[in-house]
Design a protein around this ligand. Structure first.
Ligand code: GRF
Length: 203
């Protein structure tokens, strides 16, 4: 049973999917900690409802922000960190310390529509503006780049002619929940290996 921490900045629907699927045993892990850099992130309420230790850390007041987070991760003996709508860039020290133990969910098919400035609805606006016919979601390990770590899993959705970015965001978000839960289930079962910078998932 792995100890999981989830970092959030917003509504936390991905967090909710992780909580629900650790509580029902699909994911062999336990969410021990939720940390937000936004005081009003509804994901903190979700943690409270499930009696999960949760913190808002104010990056304006805390000098060594990532150091503060890492202290709490150590206190809770965290094995895996999940970024679920977390909008701050992690420090190289954080990433080194948790190498290949930080998983992110991104709302596009990386390497398209990702990198600096591509987050939240901006991703979906760019997809709609580009006229591409397929979009989707990507779960990947976090490295020192932005949305560039080894890809764990992807799932696609058709971008229909009548879609605006709101509808696309809703369709992709549904996909994210399924993809993230499936990826974390495999990770907690020890089925995810990285060979030559590429992820292999044992059947
Ligand atoms: C999701 O679209 C995720 O892909 C992106 O931020 C959003 C978070 O949504 N990184 P939620 O807070 O999990 O509802």
């Amino acid at each position: 049973m792995l100890n999981i921490a989830v970092l959030i900045s917003g509504s936390g629907t991905n967090l909710q999917a992780i909580i629900d699927n650790t509580e029902n045993g699909i994911i062999d892990g336990s969410v021990r900690l939720v940390i937000s850099n936004k005081a009003n992130a509804y994901g903190l309420e979700r943690a409270k409802k499930h009696k999960i230790k949760n913190y808002f850390i104010n990056s304006e007041l805390v000098e060594d922000f990532d150091g503060e987070i890492m202290k709490k991760l150590e206190e809770e003996e965290i094995d895996l960190v999940v970024l679920a709508g977390y909008l701050k860039v992690l420090s190289p020290e954080f990433i080194r310390k948790y190498e290949n133990r930080i998983i992110n969910i991104h709302p596009s098919l990386i390497p398209s529509f990702c990198g600096k400035g591509y987050y939240g609805e901006r991703v979906h606006k760019a997809v709609i503006d580009s006229g591409v016919k397929i979009s989707g979601a990507t779960v990947h390990f976090v490295d020192e780049g932005t949305d560039t770590g080894p890809i764990i899993s992807q799932a696609s959705v058709d971008v229909l002619d009548n879609y605006d970015y709101i509808k696309l965001q809703a369709e992709v978000l549904k996909l994210e929940h399924k993809l993230l839960v499936e990826s974390l289930k495999c990770y907690c079962q020890g089925k995810i290996k990285i060979e030559g910078g590429k992820v292999k998932i044992e059947k």
